[in-house]
Write a protein that binds this ligand. Structure first.
Ligand code: AMP
Ligand code: ZN
Length: 487
């Protein structure tokens, strides 16, 4: 069973064959570091974390590069507003990004280059493009001549003449073709600049990724990723620049993740205007963001709704309850575990299904649904009677925990302490469902009093009332009650 992935370049699913067997060169376009990132920006890092882990799990060594764009108009603007050097802004937001990235528990990339560290590479690449006849200089500005690059438009499927028809804005008459794009531009007053053969200036946006790819991974790479918005012009231009410079195919597989929508009607009510990953993780939890994103295929658009948030919380609640039960069982049974061949066989069947799903264009949505089937199978064992838990239950629990840890590591999920996570999910539900805690506590006390007075009718009535509020009585909880979770 081999790896298949959808390649934007061909518009088809293709068998994945790395340039060198057992090694994968993977580049993902990173953020412009001038502010905190919104949750959509993290779809790429979360999805590509699984892609990279899966490729490693299936025997590849993955060299993964994710860059920081630290030379950009928005950074310069912010630096000017604050009256500081641009580096102060970019370094501040790289640190903030890293805080979010670590809170998400994603695996550190092999390299996180900054554009400012690759100026020499950028300049020598532009020089080579000019030498190869595909770039030209006008007044200290360097343009890429797209007419000299016949394959221009192959990735985004745009035709040059269509591009020209769409061109309504004022045309820069210095350009040979209105679609020619900037490789290097002269610095304006007060902007950071670097010395170059064309004068003091800074690079156009697209050349940075081409230069960082070349310097860290080489002329040709296996997979290049990013959000769909980058297909054109950013990735189209990367191909043009790199191939014009290196005279070699730039990248074999282009993988683009779809957008997380923030449209008013699609935006969750409880999410409100919370869109930075920082705020989301504070209000909810990193686990909820990761589960939410991975429960959809990366090539589908996703709008975040209250329903989806509730479903995610219910699912995590079920999963963590099962993990907690397994851990308790392992601790409780004071005898060596006995493996249960039937249960282990079922887990292997799910392994095979998950393998098939991830091999088929990294279908994490299916992976999550099979993990859930594993949880259901575990719950079906029947642990109701604490006194009757056996060494076989212990064996099943151990297998289940190891199985969950395998997929947890792969997807950066299920690694939290179950008790803490269940409490956190409960608190979130109390807030989301606007449950009045003091009212519930009053009812619970009234019910206890009724039971003490052996007034069973009243006790049942109060229990029903609690049910209506969305609360169930629960022995295992410190409060004695918890928010009901939908199945
Ligand atoms: P930027 O800093 O705007 O260049 O974005 C960094 C990365 O986030 C790029 O790969 C974008 O494609 C991606 N991105 C931006 N907005 C969204 C969104 N709403 N959903 C998913 N990805 C996004
Ligand atoms: Zn890029």
């Amino acid at each position: 069973m081999s790896q298949v992935l959808y390649n934007t370049l061909s518009g088809k699913k293709e068998k994945f064959i790395p340039l060198k067997e057992g090694e994968v060169k993977l580049y993902l376009c990173g953020p412009t570091v001038y502010d905190l990132l919104h949750i959509g920006n993290f779809r790429g890092p979360i999805v590509f974390n699984v892609i990279r882990n899966w490729l490693e799990f299936t025997g590849n060594k993955v060299n993964m590069v994710y860059n920081y764009t630290d030379v950009d108009d928005k950074i310069i603007q912010k630096a000017n507003t604050e009256g500081v050097e641009t580096k102060v802004i970019s370094e501040r937001y790289i640190k903030e990004f890293e805080k979010d990235f670590n809170a998400l528990g994603l695996k550190k990339h092999t390299h996180n280059p900054r554009v400012s560290e690759h100026m020499d590479d950028i300049i020598s690449m532009i020089e080579k493009i000019i030498i190869n006849g595909k770039g030209y200089v006008v007044d200290g500005e360097v343009f890429f001549a797209i007419d000299e690059f016949k394959a221009y438009g192959a990735l985004s499927k745009k035709k040059l003449d269509e591009l020209e028809i769409g061109q309504r804005v004022e045309v820069d008459t210095r350009k040979k073709n209105p679609q020619d794009f900037v490789l290097w531009k002269p610095a304006k007053e007060g902007e950071p600049y670097w010395d170059s053969p064309w004068g003091k200036g800074r690079p156009g946006w697209h050349i940075e990724c081409s230069a960082m790819v070349k310097s860290i991974l080489g002329d040709s790479i296996d997979i290049h990723g990013g959000g769909v918005d980058l297909q054109f012009p950013h990735h189209e231009n990367e191909i043009a620049q790199s191939e014009a410079c290196n005279c070699a195919k730039y990248c074999n597989y282009w993988v683009h993740n779809e957008f997380i929508n923030f449209g008013a009607e699609k935006m969750s009510k409880s999410l409100g205007n919370i869109i930075t990953a920082r705020n989301f993780m504070e209000k909810y939890n990193p686990e909820i963001l990761k589960y939410l994103f991975l429960s959809a295929h990366y090539r589908t658009q996703m709008g975040i709704t209250d329903d989806k948030l509730s479903q995610t919380i219910s699912a995590l609640n079920r999963i963590y309850s099962a993990i907690e039960l397994a851990q308790i069982t392992v601790d409780q049974v004071d005898a060596p575990a006995i493996a249960d061949a039937g249960f282990d066989k079922k887990l292997v069947e799910f392994d095979n299904k998950i393998k098939k799903s991830l091999n088929d264009d990294f279908n994490t949505a299916e992976m999550i649904s099979f993990i859930f089937e594993g949880v259901r199978t575990f719950n079906a064992i029947g642990f109701a009677n604490k006194a009757k838990r056996t060494p076989s239950h212990k064996g099943q629990s151990e297998s289940f925990l190891a199985w969950m840890a395998k997929y947890g590591d792969m997807s950066a999920l299920f690694n939290s302490n179950p008790k803490d996570m269940l409490n956190r999910l409960d608190e979130i539900l109390i807030e989301m469902k606007e449950i009045d805690k003091s009212e519930v506590e009053k009812l619970v006390k009234m019910r206890n009093d009724a039971r003490d007075a052996k007034d069973w009718g009243m006790a049942d009535e109060i229990r029903d009332k609690l049910q209506d509020i969305g609360v169930e009585l629960f022995d295992g909880h410190a409060r004695g009650w918890r928010v009901k979770v939908n199945d």
